[in-house]
Design a protein around this ligand. Structure first.
Ligand code: NAD
Length: 265
């Protein structure tokens, strides 16, 4: 059995990770961690996740005896989580988004000593969308305008989504564009006419939308759209658990979902 800790265990993703880990016969839940001020510390996480008692209490400290930590904690604590996993030589799956350049540098560094996987989206469909968007952008070139629109639930705190940035990054990698220079976030004002080659990025926040991403390629006379719609949060949870299982016996290094899903082959 692979011993798993869920970080951010009382969150929307955390609760489903707890529930589906408890149903997985290859994974054993050995820890569930939250911020130190969380009002449910000490409560059995199975009760929080709606699956009955699991014998694992919500705590504010990462255990050091796990095989893999799965991190979906918000709050800008990614570097602290990485440092803790490096110190205990524990593999780490990072699903948390809105990572900084410093967070990415810390992931690169950690990959020199532990197996670490980071992905802004754990679904097979979205990882295929990354590859397809890159291929289409390269094929069509700058005669086609590119606009990315993402839609999420009203509670999401970061924008644009990590997935929308993932689409933009994949397109930039394929076309030689720079995500910091060539992506325009929203438009307002009198002097915002589209420039050739720019990538537009727009975020909608609506009700309980789990996640919709559309990348559009438009020119004079036609438009091509690629859309991914998540209809259940569990698609990300299944991906994260698959990643944890895959990572558990890997040597140190930085990995992504294409490695798990065999999309690099
Ligand atoms: P959420 O707000 O419901 O849950 C986040 C949890 O993190 C909360 O319970 C919060 O108390 C906890 N937290 C905050 N500070 C903490 C700390 N210092 N230590 C431990 N826990 C702490 O959010 P969510 O919808 O579950 O999403 C969580 C993250 O996962 C977001 O960044 C989201 O964008 C990302 N996400 C990624 C994927 C993917 O496939 N990679 C899919 C969905 C969501």
């Amino acid at each position: 059995m692979i011993r798993v800790v869920i970080h951010g265990a009382a969150g929307r993703m955390g609760q489903r990770l707890v529930a589906l880990t408890s149903e997985n016969d290859k994974l054993q839940l050995v820890g569930a961690v939250e911020r130190s001020a969380h009002e449910q510390l000490g409560t059995d996480v199975g009760l929080l996740a709606g699956v009955g008692t699991l014998g694992v209490a919500l705590t504010d400290t990462l255990p050091t005896d796990a095989d893999v930590v799965i991190d979906f904690a918000a709050g800008g604590v990614t570097q602290k989580t990485i440092a803790s996993c490096v110190a205990s030589n524990t593999s780490l799956v990072i699903g948390t988004t809105s990572l900084t350049d410093e967070d990415h540098a810390a992931i690169d560094e950690a990959g020199k000593s532990i197996a670490i996987l980071q992905a802004p989206n754990m679904s097979l469909g979205v990882n295929l969308l990354f590859a397809l968007a890159a291929q289409v952008a390269k094929q069509l070139g700058d005669d086609y305008d590119i606009e990315i629109v993402e839609s999420h639930h009203r509670f999401k705190v970061d924008a644009p989504s990590g997935t929308a940035l993932g689409i933009a990054q994949a397109i930039c990698n394929a076309t030689g564009k720079d995500i910091n220079e060539d992506v325009v976030h929203g438009r307002q004002g009198d002097e915002v006419a589209r420039k050739r080659g720019e990538i537009g990025m727009h975020a909608l926040r609506l009700g309980d939308q789990i996640g919709r991403h559309t990348v559009s390629f438009g020119t004079l006379g036609e438009e091509l759209q690629l859309t991914h719609l998540a209809t259940s949060r569990d698609v990300f949870v299944h991906g994260a658990l698959k990643a944890a299982q895959w990572l558990a016996d890997k040597p140190h290094g930085r990995y992504g979902m294409p490695d798990v899903l065999g999309l690099n082959a």
